[in-house]
Write a protein that binds this ligand. Structure first.
Ligand SMILES: C[C@](O)(C(=O)O)[C@H](CC(=O)O)C(=O)O
Ligand SMILES: [Mg+2]
Length: 302
């Protein structure tokens, strides 16, 4: 009730343990706290907090307009309602090394289990669109060094994302991934890999967990969890998928309302009120109210 019982420190430790097994962990993007509850209820291993979703949610394109406070606020709202580890998209870290350090501490305070910092120039662009630019190797590793030094919980997962593949090619991505790991990155997010062989090559090049981004309408094909596990990927994110599904359904519903003058035909597709209440632990709140209401102070104790 109210918030998840698992502490941020426990979630971080649990994520480290799960990653050490080498199994593939699935992190669907939660577009709000309620959808994070659903992700947990359905048995997934973690929730992803996407920058693209946060900006879209605010009616903005994903071009570096959101602020650290907005990302930290949304991270806190999501992290506190789930026992699952949350991994948040920290974009470029909102500036250069000093800003990155502050970003890490703010997100750590928000209760996330991990975050990724990318090597795009400020302001960043969606990783699957053309026209993005990356910083030089020395700036990229300084961001990661700053991030690693800034965390207070050594279990906070600092993941380095490199966007260099789409700009300078796959070999550059391998070289940069190695340099980022040398700088202290706990995991690598190679953005916009073209095929499984490219993921496999990154996997072979570094000895830390590797993330695959299965975002739709992007540059990577949508591989199955079995295919990704086969090449040794450790975390897979579906960053915007649930938002896309929900928005697709919302758009169709608005058309139906216009065409039919009622939403009655769509009721079977809606999440039932009872199911919503189940996800919200509604019953526990009733029990809480009842127990407080029937509570009587012990007369003997005055
Ligand atoms: C992962 C990502 O950084 C995000 O913000 O969710 C985006 C997703 C997307 O725009 O599809 C990305 O740059 O890949
Ligand atoms: Mg992003």
């Amino acid at each position: 009730m109210l918030y998840a019982a698992t502490t941020a420190a426990a979630k971080r430790a649990a994520l480290r343990e799960r990653l050490a097994t080498g199994e593939l962990l699935r992190f669907p993007g939660a577009f709000n706290p309620l959808s994070a509850r659903l992700v947990q209820d359905k048995g997934f291993e973690g929730v992803y907090i996407s920058g693209a979703v946060l900006s879209a949610d605010l009616g903005l394109p994903d071009i570096g307009l959101t602020t650290l406070s907005e990302v930290a606020g949304r991270s806190k709202q999501i992290a506190r309602v789930t026992d699952l580890p949350a991994l948040v998209d920290a974009d470029t870290g909102f500036g250069e090394p000093m800003n990155v350090a502050r970003t890490v501490q703010e997100l750590e305070d928000a209760g996330v289990a991990g975050l990724h910092i990318e090597d795009q120039v400020n302001p960043k662009r969606c990783g699957h669109l053309d026209g993005k630019q990356v910083v030089d190797g020395s700036t990229a590793v300084k961001r990661i060094r700053a991030a690693v030094d800034a965390r207070r919980d050594p279990n906070l997962l600092v993941m380095a994302r490199t966007d260099i593949r789409a700009v300078e090619g796959h070999q550059a991505a391998i070289d940069r991934a190695k340099a980022l790991v040398d700088a202290g990155a706990d995991a690598i997010f190679p953005e916009a890999m073209r095929d499984l062989a490219e993921f496999a090559a990154v996997r072979r090049a570094v000895d830390v967990p590797v993330l695959a981004n299965m975002t739709e309408f992007g540059k990577s094909e949508l591989f199955t969890t079995a295919e990704l596990a086969d090449v040794g990927i450790n975390i897979v994110i579906y960053p915007v998928s649930l938002l896309r599904i929900a928005m697709g359904a919302a758009e169709r519903a608005l058309d139906t309302l216009t065409e039919e003058g009622t939403l009655a035909s769509l009721v079977p597709q809606m999440q039932h009120r009872a199911r919503l209440y189940e996800l919200l632990d509604y019953e526990d709140y009733n029990r809480f109210d009842t127990s407080i209401f029937t509570y009587t102070p012990d007369p003997a104790r005055g």
